[in-house]
Design a protein around this ligand. Structure first.
Ligand SMILES: Cc1ncc(COP(=O)(O)O)c(C=O)c1O
Length: 313
């Protein structure tokens, strides 16, 4: 099918008209699960959030397509889920979906591996596993003046409870608790701490602290998602001549940092202006903005050093 073919009438508002569901591309309105679906009842899915960016030359490309699908399939093993599609298959399916859905600007891709069996047994094996993928348009929504965050009273899910690195659907209740309370208090987002009080990450983003020439982020062992943007920023920061570190970060470092910024597929690179109403550093964030600008150059295909991060649509 081409982008000019008529869209199915059942397309939900805002979503791309076509979705990948139960092994086939279907109109998004037909991509529905039963009320008894195991994942709907127990949160037993792993998922990804991927972006496709309009490129400087007018074409479009998926950012880190293979890395996201490899992470998805790795995390599926935590749920003892097996799916027939390979990472390469899923990239091809996504390219096909994006061509059909023909979003005008940037797009967001949401793949899930979920337990599709209608079952009320609380276990993992013996359930049918499926992949679902839908897409939607998603522009840049970066606040330019820096975001206001608070340290949450909710503790980050620990590796021995629900592994944060698994990107497991059910664990996002933890993130939602923290984000909800932060929003109710007038903040843009929450920072969650580990059980022993070290900085983990924000509700849906990794965190970096800038102090002098050092740019540091918590280690993967501190209950964070192994963010794909996090890895990209470690590379960009090193290429820009910073000393990069993956090390434990104390809560008090948040109040003493020169700058702090969040990274993620959704937030991209978002400087933080205050933590718990304490201004971060001087209130300006030149390093964060420099990293942000380098990231945008990479994802929009303007920096050849990072060309391998992009898969042309
Ligand atoms: C809890 C959490 N941490 C970090 C991130 C950033 O990960 P990535 O850079 O792979 O999008 C996300 C997702 O965007 C997330 O949900």
């Amino acid at each position: 099918m081409t982008a000019t073919e008529p869209r199915p009438a059942s397309a939900a508002a805002g979503l791309g008209a076509w979705a990948y569901f139960e092994g086939a591309v279907v109109p998004v309105g037909e991509a529905k699960v039963s009320i008894a679906t195991h994942t709907f009842n127990y949160g037993t899915a792993v998922f990804e959030g991927i972006r496709a960016y309009r490129q400087a030359d007018g074409s479009s490309a998926i950012l880190f397509a293979r890395e996201h699908y490899e992470r998805l399939l790795r995390n599926a093993r935590l749920l003892r889920a097996t799916v027939p599609e390979s990472a390469a298959d899923l990239v091809e399916i996504t390219l096909d979906l994006l061509r059909r859905n023909a979003h005008e600007g940037d797009a967001y891709i949401r793949p899930l591996v979920y337990k599709s069996a209608p079952a009320i047994r609380v276990q993992l094996s013996g359930m049918e596993d499926r992949v679902g993928i839908f897409t939607l348009p998603l522009g840049d929504y970066l606040p330019t003046g820096g975001i206001r965050v608070t340290v949450s009273g909710w503790q980050r899910v620990s590796d021995n409870a629900i592994p944060a690195r698994g990107k497991i659907s059910g664990s996002y209740v933890n993130a939602a608790f923290a984000a909800e309370d932060a929003h109710a208090g007038g903040y843009d987002d929450a920072i969650l701490l580990t059980g022993d009080g070290h900085v983990a990450e924000a509700s849906a983003a990794n965190l970096f602290v800038v102090r002098g020439n050092e740019i540091a982020t918590p280690p993967l062992s501190d209950d964070v998602l192994a963010g794909i943007t996090r890895a990209a920023i470690l590379r960009i920061a090193a290429d820009a001549g910073h000393d990069v570190a993956e090390r434990r970060i104390d809560r008090s470092e948040l109040y003493l940092a020169d700058e702090i910024f969040l990274t993620g597929t959704g937030v991209q690179v978002a400087p933080i202006s205050s933590v718990d109403d304490r201004p971060v550093g001087t209130g300006e964030f030149p390093t964060s903005l420099d990293i942000q600008q380098r990231y945008f150059a990479a994802v929009r295909g303007s920096d050849d050093r990072y060309a391998s991060w992009l898969t042309p649509i």
